[in-house]
Design a binder for this molecule. Structure first.
Ligand code: GDP
Ligand code: MN
Length: 346
């Protein structure tokens, strides 16, 4: 048991352990999915996996977000997969739409170039909007105003291992800010000016840098010097953010808010294709104590094409120790060795 928690903890009520409707002791958290109506089948499959391996024991609510209203079918079928409460939220236009200061012509020209360089989804406006929303908007939605922790879930992902403890409670009791399963290199072509903009921001706000930061992980150039060079000083290593278990108080901090606003004004969510994964990861690596970042080695997870597959009898359906389905080329995409080198296994 990675938490070292005694059995039967669920029924223990205590300070801050608000009893759930069935006498459980849930804390202030939600499962969270940004998803399109067309992705219903994939969402149901991901829900089935997570409900079977974990949430049926805890019944944390699900909160679904969409830029358009959910269909009646989407709501009915997702609610049928869980005993927990489901909430369905529309994203306010001012959180989703391309900001007024983005030059539409420049957007078109830049994304055409990005596409020629092979940057995936470069010419899809909604993909840029999604990355920006996941970077700096989701936790500002009124539906999450009083919620502290979330577990991000995407349609079509898989969960392989039985998890018998409350991961949100683990986060809180161990004072963790962020939990990940997979750590990867990014495509440097999607973020050429993200690190230079970050350095500009740091020059104005050196006080935001945490003394126990993960700067050496962010700037490593030993293993993949080509990536560091093309990303202008950033290793491109990032937590793969389609899976995140995290404390929204970090995103709500002044340091992160100022950082996000700086990046948002710089325009790279649109003129380049900055992802929420590198943005979140850089902020965590700079402004947070690296010991508050937790590798959930015990959560078997897949988002195509990568896995986190623990060696444990609790896991079924994935191949232990492999990052991919045996594709040797993709193995180079794994940045976990660097995380362990600079930060450790904790
Ligand atoms: P990838 O994982 O980078 O290939 O990107 P995905 O297509 O999986 O998108 C990431 C997440 O955002 C998924 O949960 C999608 O369902 C969601 N998403 C992406 N674009 C949109 C959109 O335009 N509207 C909505 N509602 N969800 C979106
Ligand atoms: Mn995805």
């Amino acid at each position: 048991d990675p938490t070292g928690e005694p059995e039967g903890i669920l029924t223990r009520a205590g300070p801050g352990y608000e009893p759930g409707p069935k006498g459980t002791a849930r804390i202030n958290a939600t499962l969270l999915a940004l998803v399109r109506n067309e992705e219903l089948e994939g969402m149901l499959q991901a829900m089935r996996d997570l409900e079977r391996t974990w949430n049926r024991k805890f019944n944390y609510p699900w909160t679904f977000f969409n830029d358009v209203p959910f269909t009646e079918e989407f709501m009915r079928k997702t609610q049928a997969e869980t005993n927990a409460e489901c909430r369905y939220e529309v994203i306010p236009k001012e959180h989703w739409e391309m900001p007024s200061w983005i030059n539409r012509e420049l957007f078109k020209e830049s994304t055409k170039l990005l596409k020629e360089q092979g940057v995936q989804y470069a010419d899809m406006v909604s993909y840029h909007q999604m990355c920006r929303w996941n970077s700096g908007m989701f936790y500002k939605h009124p539906a999450l105003e009083h919620v502290q922790y979330y577990w991000r879930v995407e349609p079509k992902v898989h969960f392989f291992c039985d998890i018998d403890y409350d991961v949100f409670r683990y986060m809180r009791d161990n004072n963790k800010t962020y939990g990940f399963t997979i750590n990867l290199y990014d495509s440097p072509e999607s973020i050429p000016t993200l690190w230079p903009e970050t350095l500009k921001f740091l020059a104005d706000h050196p006080d935001y840098i945490h003394p126990n930061n993960a700067m050496d992980w962010l700037t490593d150039k030993v293993r993949r010097p080509d990536h560091n060079e093309k990303a202008n000083g950033y290793s491109t290593c990032h937590f793969w953010s389609n899976f995140e278990i995290a404390d929204m108080n970090f995103w709500r901090s002044k340091a992160y808010e100022d950082y996000f606003n700086h990046l948002d004004r710089a325009g790279g969510f649109f003129y380049e294709r900055w992802g929420d994964a590198p943005v979140h990861s850089i902020a965590l690596g700079l402004f947070e104590d690296k010991n508050k970042i937790h590798w959930f080695r015990d959560i078997g997870y897949q988002h195509i094409p990568f896995f986190n597959c623990p060696n444990s009898p609790k896991c079924k359906g994935c191949k232990t120790g492999l990052l991919t389905d045996g594709e040797p080329f993709l193995y180079m995409e794994d940045c976990r060795p660097n995380w362990f080198k600079y930060v450790g296994m904790g």
